[in-house]
Design a protein around this ligand. Structure first.
Ligand code: NAI
Ligand code: MG
Length: 494
């Protein structure tokens, strides 16, 4: 055991309350009175009780967001900026509390919660806080002397954000920031497994002075609250991060009023190591590419391709490193990997491991649930398979757990073809010291982001999103502002 971080008194007080929905600046129980418990996945024990919003609550939230929209959209850009900066300042001031809530609700290690999750969410909020004064249209060089033609960017109206449980705060902030900066109002439906930091964010938004109805939070389940948000005709856009299956359903639901949709979905991302690479650095990167966040990561480097001459070396290095990872409670500072999010997720991941064994892949590390002191939580051993067939289930499907599948390859052309033989196209990594090859692969790999001699880096300034069944639309970067605005052209006869 390392040092155990004591629970902050404000977190204890927060957990003792019954959690409510924030609709139009008012905290309210669900109209139906329904509630659900959120669990600590490290213990399987309930943390607190939340309101289970459904279609009726979503409808009230949409109405509140519609009422708040005209004044928020008309607020001077520098005033919107000031409010968003104040919101980011409050997130910073409550960083410890937010990080602890995320550790308890999600299970992730303290360092990952404090120095990654909350840190990144604050940076994103600050990045977008600066945008209201930088949104511009254009003037056009039309082929006629009789007109002055220009465009303006206008907010869409009421937006909906539906977020997953793996990076709850980051996924929320990268939607809240640009939506509000552009002058939209927003309803956030956080994942039912990790609703707590969204509720705390809503309190901080109110405290920052963000007007009532501009930012609403409706906790509840996907099939009820989530589905109602995607079907509502008062909603102009849905920004979704989650499974490919639900993403497809959202596209269907959006047809009713042709709402805008942006989708960040699953992946089965390849990481390719050539024999001219720094093998130690590449092996370390491969380890964290798959095991960060216990593999519950949309960009997880879950398919590892290693050139045959170094395959055995990398395989033994990885197997040893995987077995040495410290799995445990998030508030124990020596912990490197937390639990999976739920029994459901654990069962799903164990199901893939059984399928891998059945299909004849070689299990070279891990493979089981962890018992003993950790038996109450949903802990898994970091797991590595070798020699899986390219078309087997564990080589093709997103597992979303600490399970790596590694393959040997012979040459560049072959590995590009195998890496691209996937319905997903979210991320890819390449380790090589051959400059031409690095750029060639960056060009030919089907992925929304390619990392060269590194993996899993993000910055608010850099666009992120996928190809194929990993979704469409991009988040982050300056161009995301286009996804939260309409472009209007104006013709003036001179
Ligand atoms: P999910 O896609 O069901 O959940 C994500 C969010 O969508 C949650 O807020 C949920 O309440 C909501 N949702 C669910 N059904 C909905 C519906 N019909 N309409 C509107 N919203 C809905 O993902 P889940 O079940 O938590 O995880 C299942 C698998 O999905 C994972 O094993 C993983 O493979 C993948 N996943 C991928 C993520 C990513 O970042 N790419 C994040 C979460 C899950
Ligand atoms: Mg939870």
């Amino acid at each position: 055991m390392g040092e155990l971080i004591p629970i902050h008194p404000d977190v204890e007080a927060f957990l003792k309350r019954e959690q409510k929905l924030l609709i139009g600046g008012q905290w309210a129980a669900a109209a139906s009175g329904a509630t659900f418990e959120t669990l600590n996945p490290a213990t399987g024990q309930p943390l607190t009780v939340c309101a289970a919003g459904d279609a009726e609550d979503i409808d009230r939230a949409v109405q509140a967001a519609q009422r708040a929209f005209p004044a928020w959209a008309a607020l001077m850009p520098n005033q919107r900026e000031r409010l968003l900066h104040r919101f980011a300042d409050l997130m910073e001031a409550h960083k410890t509390e937010l990080a602890q809530l995320e550790v308890l609700d999600n299970g992730k290690p303290w360092n990952a919660a404090y120095n990654v999750e909350v840190h990144v969410a604050i940076n994103q909020m600050r990045y977008y806080a600066g945008f209201p004064t930088k949104l511009t249209g254009e003037t056009y060089a039309i082929s006629s002397p009789d007109f002055h033609v220009y465009s303006v960017r206008q907010p869409l109206g009421v937006c909906g954000a539906i977020t997953p449980w793996n990076y709850s705060l980051v996924m929320a902030a990268q939607k809240i920031g640009p939506a509000l900066a552009a002058g939209n109002t927003l309803i956030l439906k956080p994942a039912e497994q990790t609703p707590l930091t969204a509720i705390r964010l809503a309190e901080l938004a109110l405290e920052a002075g963000i007007p009532e109805g501009v930012f609403n939070v409706v906790t509840g389940f996907g099939e009820t609250a989530g589905a109602a948000l995607t079907q509502h005709h008062g909603v102009a856009k849905i920004a979704f991060t989650g499974s490919t299956e639900v993403g497809k359903r959202i596209v269907g639901a959006s047809a009713g009023n042709l709402k805008h949709v942006s989708l960040e979905l699953g992946g089965k991302s390849p990481l390719i190591i050539f024999d001219d690479a720094d093998i130690h650095a590449a092996s370390q990167a491969a380890l964290w590419a798959i095991f960060a966040n216990s593999g519950q990561n949309c960009v997880a480097g879950s398919r590892l391709y290693v050139q045959r001459s170094i395959y055995d070396t990398v395989q033994s290095a990885l197997a040893a490193a995987a077995c040495a990872l410290k799995v445990g409670y998030g508030l124990d500072t020596s912990t490197q990997l937390g639990p999976l999010i739920s029994q459901t997720q654990l069962d799903r991941v164990l199901g893939y491991i059984e399928a891998g064994k059945r299909d004849g892949a070689a299990l070279i590390a891990g493979g089981s649930r962890i018992g003993g002191d950790l038996a109450g939580g949903y802990f898994m051993q970091p797991t590595i398979f070798a020699d899986a067939a390219d078309d087997s289930l564990i080589a093709a499907e997103e597992i979303f757990g600490p399970v790596l599948t590694m393959f040997a390859f012979d040459n560049e052309e072959e590995v590009v073809q195998r890496a691209n033989a996937s319905r997903f196209g979210l991320a890819a990594g390449v380790y090589t010291n051959n400059l031409s090859r690095a750029h060639r692969l960056a060009r030919t790999l089907n992925a929304g982001v390619v990392w060269i001699n590194t993996y899993d880096w993000f910055d608010p300034a850099v666009p992120f999103g996928g190809m194929g069944e990993s979704g469409y639309g991009r988040e982050l970067g300056r161009q995301v502002m286009e996804m939260y605005t309409e472009l209007k052209s104006v013709w003036v006869k001179l």
